[in-house]
Design a binder for this molecule. Structure first.
Ligand SMILES: *Cc1c(COP(=O)(O)O)cnc(C)c1O
Length: 450
């Protein structure tokens, strides 16, 4: 007989003395108490900077559990969640198929240090849906995917220079932190401490939506094919095609960072939507079904520069992890064309709800929709236009966003705590939830009416 694991007991748990092995946070007196305690153990109380609410002010809610479109904080409040783990969750929280896949995989052991059938099947599933990905290598986060792609592009071309675009975000990869969108834009920092000049000396950061003139020193152009970390900025007609042509002209690789857009805009990602074939693609978020994962996919001849076939080193103790690949496979299997059509309708609905509620409250705002993604832009600095680059995106009214954010949170709707993040809807946002989202949003923003 096995000893039962001590479970968190919502009734008698007193947070300060809680010794439960499986903590569900219930019984912790308040979000404030939780954050204060967490801040003594974890720098800033968070494991990803934006979660600390620095750009909107206040104390973050801590999540005890989630299901479908909802998260419950440690105080027991339910929030209609438009964060969805910044897009990692697309079927809704704790989707039964994903949960079951993880449960079964966990019973088979959680990591072996040997190849597994699940990682093979997920690589096949990605290649089947994204034809440019003739080979796929897994790692544990989007950040690892982009840093691997940088090394691979340099190793495969024998060149150093990397071209990126203002306001695009490629994770916490030194070479790509020359300037940034998500997080960095909000904090208003030019880069970050801890990255030496040498690490970004070969990184050029250019304006988004303008096709640059490249030269023969360029190893790769990294681009978010739809920029989803500076609000939501669509590629202008000709931009992605122009990058493809310019890369071909000088022999540089075109790398699409589809960590957000991959399997979110549709099964084929942004490259299918805009019909431009990159040499390499970075994935993360959706392909792990909510578990830690990253992947680089691309042309076989380039991918085969990775060790053990080639000389560009890559390794990872947990890379291709059985739980993450099981969850990712379960998620991709649910994502049929019909599901994407449904998600498209829900994204439009969410945008309309936010737009109408803002209009009623006299708040100038726009909620552009690109595929199943929704963006936010506050203020009327651009008239009725939406941003097309970082300069324009930065004219959003951050102070207004902070007010809207807090009104929504008090009213039971969780937006991301940063003015440059996208709004994520998924299969959890059923018609009933959408109706409730509309009534909560209307009530919340009416309290701000000007
Ligand atoms: C989230 C994100 C990353 C980083 O992925 P992590 O899994 O957070 O490391 C990279 N690129 C884009 C476009 C992202 O949105």
């Amino acid at each position: 007989m096995t000893t039962p694991i001590p479970l968190c007991d919502a009734v008698s748990c007193v947070a300060a003395q809680c010794t439960a092995t499986v903590c569900r946070g219930a019984g912790i007196a308040s979000n404030n108490a939780m954050f204060t305690r967490a801040s003594r153990a974890i720098p800033g109380g968070v494991n990803s900077s934006i979660r600390a609410f620095k750009s909107v002010g206040g104390t973050p809610y801590s999540v005890a559990r989630a299901e479908g479109a909802r998260v419950w904080d440690v105080e027991g409040n339910d929030l209609i969640d438009l964060v969805q783990s910044y897009g990692a969750i697309i079927l809704g929280h704790a989707h039964p198929k994903v949960t079951e896949a993880i449960r079964v995989a966990a019973g088979d052991g959680t990591s072996y240090g040997a190849p597994t059938p699940r990682e093979m099947k997920l690589a096949e599933a990605i290649a089947e849906r994204v034809p440019s990905c003739e080979r796929v290598r897994f790692m544990n986060s989007g950040t690892e995917a982009t840093s691997t792609a940088v090394r691979l592009a340099r190793g495969a071309t024998g060149r150093k220079r990397i071209v990126t675009f203002h306001g695009n975000f490629h994770g916490a990869t030194d070479a790509l932190l020359a300037a940034g969108g998500s997080g960095l834009a909000t904090l208003g920092l030019p880069g970050t401490a801890g990255v030496p000049e040498e690490a970004v000396a070969n990184t050029w950061v250019l304006p988004y939506n303008v096709v640059p003139k490249l030269d023969n020193d360029v190893a790769a152009v990294f681009v978010e094919p739809v920029a989803a970390n500076m609000g939501l900025v669509q590629p202008l007609p000709g931009f992605l095609e122009g990058l493809r042509a310019e890369c071909d002209r000088v022999g540089a690789l075109l790398v699409f960072d589809e960590v957000i857009t991959g399997f979110r805009l549709g099964a084929g990602g942004a490259q299918a939507k805009y019909d431009v074939r990159p040499d390499l693609t970075c994935f993360g978020k959706v392909i792990g079904g909510g578990l830690p994962i990253g992947a680089v996919g691309g042309r076989a001849d380039i991918m085969e520069n990775l060790t053990p076939l080639g000389s560009v080193f890559h390794a990872g103790t947990l890379a291709g992890n059985p739980l993450a690949t099981a969850a990712g496979l379960a998620a991709l299997n649910e994502l049929t064309d019909d599901v994407y059509m449904e998600l498209l309708a829900r994204a439009r609905k969410a945008s309309a709800i936010l737009r109408d509620a803002c209009a009623d409250a006299g708040i100038h705002a726009q909620f552009p929709v690109v595929g199943t993604l929704v963006g936010m832009y506050f203020g009327n600095a651009l008239g009725s236009a939406v941003p097309t680059n970082f300069e324009e995106a930065k004219t959003t009214d951050e102070a207004m966003y902070a007010r809207v954010f807090h009104a929504m949170l008090s009213g039971g709707v969780a937006l991301a705590p940063g003015a440059y993040e996208a709004v994520f809807v998924g299969l959890g946002h059923t018609d009933d939830v959408m109706d409730e989202l509309a009534s909560r949003t209307n009530a919340a923003l009416r309290s701000l009416a000007i």
